[in-house]
Design a protein around this ligand. Structure first.
Ligand SMILES: [Zn+2]
Ligand SMILES: [Zn+2]
Ligand SMILES: [Zn+2]
Ligand SMILES: [Zn+2]
Ligand SMILES: [Zn+2]
Length: 407
C-alpha cells in the first residue's frame, strides 16, 4: 500500500518536504496525514516544528440538516441525518452501518474529510442555505465581536454578496462535491422561492465548484464487499469480474471515534488469531491505468481524489508472464479502508489467489495476527519507506524518525 504520509493529502505533491509556493509539509500529530502549510484544513494547532494537530470535530450536530444527499445530490426520501454534521445521506449512498450507539455518521465524518480556508460552503441562515467562503479566523478586525472566535471546531464564514461575517461550527458547513453540483441545484432550488438574490448566489457558487472538476472524470466512491475490474482488465481477460471472491466482512466490529485519531475499527467480541476481518476491496487496474491515475492525482487539486493501492498479480496460465495489477481502493472500499496504522499491528494483509479456467488472480484479505480482546482497536502496518514519520508512539516503532528529534 502506498503510504500517504509523505504526500500532501490535498495537492498530492510528493518527494519534497517543502515547496516555494505551497510552504512546508506539515505532519499531523497522531494520524498518517500530511499537508503543506498552504494546503492545511481549517482548524489546527501548531505543535513542534513541522508537526500540527487537527482540531477535534465537534461531535454532535443539532441544527437543520442540508436537504439533499451529500453523495448523490438528490433529495428522494428516506434520508438519514448525520449525528455529527449537517449532511443528509441515503443508506444506499453510504451503506456502512457500523457505528456507535446507533448513531449515524456520514462519509465525511467517518473518513474525516476536512474543509480548508477558501472552500465554498453553504450554511443555514434564516431557514435557507446561504453561500459563503471559509476565511482565516485569526484576523483581528472581527476577533472580539464573536464569543466563538478562536474556539476549537469553529471557523469564520464570509457570506457572498452582503459581505457579512459569522463564526460558525465547522460541522454546520456543507461543501458540495463538484460532481453533483447541478443535481443539488435542482433538488433544493424550490426552497429559495422569495429569495432571488440567495438563489443567484447559490447558482454562481455551484457553477464555480463545477468548473473545478478534474479533467478526467472519476467514479463516485462505492462501498461494497467485493472488488471490481476496470474495463481494461475485463478486455485483457475476456472475462467479467463475477468470479472474484466475495469474502464475508467480520460482523463483530464497531466503528469508534477517538479524539486526535479519527475513526478506528474496534472488536466487539474476542477475535481468534487468523480471523478474517474482510477483503481489501478496490478496483483492479492495469499498470498503465495506475500510471495515468498517479499523473492525474499530481496535476489535479480535487480533494476528492485519493489513490491508495495494493499491488497484486494476475496470470494468464497459457501465457509466459504474470502481469502486475493494482487494487485501487479509492473508488470501491469497505471497512478495511478505515483500519488505523501502527508499528505494532494486530492485523495483517494476506495475499490469496483464485483460479478460473486459464486465469489466476490474487486478492487481499485482512486477517488478525493474534487473539484480539473485546474493545481492542484493529490496526495494520503500511509498508513505510525510509522517510516515513510515524506518530504511533509504540516502543517498537520502526520509523527512523522520532518526534523527539525536533526538541
Ligand atoms: Zn510515506
Ligand atoms: Zn499540498
Ligand atoms: Zn444519495
Ligand atoms: Zn457527518
Ligand atoms: Zn510507529
Amino acid at each position: 500500500m502506498m503510504c500517504p504520509d509523505h504526500i500532501c493529502e490535498i495537492c498530492f505533491t510528493e518527494g519534497f518536504e517543502s515547496s516555494a509556493t505551497l510552504g512546508n509539509l506539515l505532519h499531523e500529530q497522531s494520524t498518517i496525514r500530511a499537508f503543506h502549510s498552504s494546503c492545511m484544513p481549517a482548524g489546527y494547532t501548531e505543535k513542534n516544528a513541522g508537526v500540527v494537530s487537527l482540531n477535534p470535530r465537534i461531535q454532535e450536530f443539532l441544527g437543520t440538516h442540508f436537504p439533499a444527499c451529500g453523495t448523490c445530490g438528490t433529495s428522494t426520501p428516506p434520508m438519514i441525518k448525520c449525528s455529527g454534521c449537517v449532511h443528509s445521506f441515503h443508506r444506499a449512498c453510504f451503506p456502512m452501518k457500523l457505528t456507535e450507539e446507533s448513531k449515524s455518521h456520514c462519509e465525511s465524518c467517518v473518513f474525516d474529510i476536512r474543509m480548508r480556508i477558501g472552500d465554498e460552503v453553504l450554511t443555514e441562515k434564516d431557514e435557507i442555505f446561504c453561500s459563503g467562503v471559509i476565511e482565516d479566523w485569526n484576523q483581528n478586525h472581527f476577533a472580539k465581536q464573536d464569543e466563538n472566535f478562536g474556539k476549537e471546531g469553529f471557523a469564520s464564514i464570509l457570506f457572498d454578496g452582503v459581505g457579512s461575517r459569522q463564526i460558525l461550527p465547522i460541522n454546520s458547513l456543507f461543501r458540495p462535491y463538484s460532481r453533483v453540483t447541478n443535481i443539488i441545484f435542482h433538488s433544493i432550488k424550490s426552497m429559495y422561492n422569495g429569495h432571488p438574490q440567495e438563489l443567484e448566489n447559490l447558482k454562481s457558487m455551484l457553477q464555480k465548484i463545477e468548473s473545478q472538476r478534474p479533467p478526467v472524470s472519476r467514479p463516485i466512491p462505492k462501498f461494497q464487499s467485493i472488488s471490481i475490474f476496470h474495463s481494461t482488465i475485463k478486455e485483457l481477460l475476456c472475462h467479467d469480474d463475477d468470479f472474484l471472491p466475495n469474502v464475508k466482512t467480520c460482523e463483530d466490529l464497531l466503528l469508534k471515534f477517538e479524539k486526535n485519531k479519527g475513526y478506528g475499527v474496534f472488536a466487539t467480541k474476542i477475535l481468534e488469531n487468523g480471523c478474517v476481518i474482510g477483503q481489501y476491496c478496490g478496483e483492479y487496474i492495469s499498470e498503465k491505468e495506475k500510471a495515468r491515475r498517479d499523473a492525474l492525482a499530481k496535476v489535479c487539486n480535487d480533494k476528492e481524489c485519493k489513490f491508495y493501492s495494493f499491488q497484486v498479480k494476475l496470470e494468464l496460465l497459457n501465457e509466459l508472464q504474470a502481469q502486475k495489477v493494482y487494487v485501487d481502493g479509492s473508488s470501491v472500499k469497505n471497512i478495511t479502508a478505515i483500519l488505523n496504522t501502527s508499528c505494532e499491528p494486530n492485523c495483517t494483509a494476506i495475499v490469496e489467489e483464485i483460479s478460473i479456467q486459464n486465469i489466476r488472480i490474487e486478492y487481499i484479505v485482512i486477517k488478525t495476527k493474534r487473539t484480539i480482546k473485546v474493545g481492542e482497536e484493529l490496526t495494520i502496518n503500511y509498508k513505510w519507506n525510509s522517510s516515513f514519520k510515524c506518530f504511533c508512539g509504540s516502543e517498537k516503532c520502526k520509523s527512523p524518525w522520532k518526534p523527539s528529534d525536533w526538541q
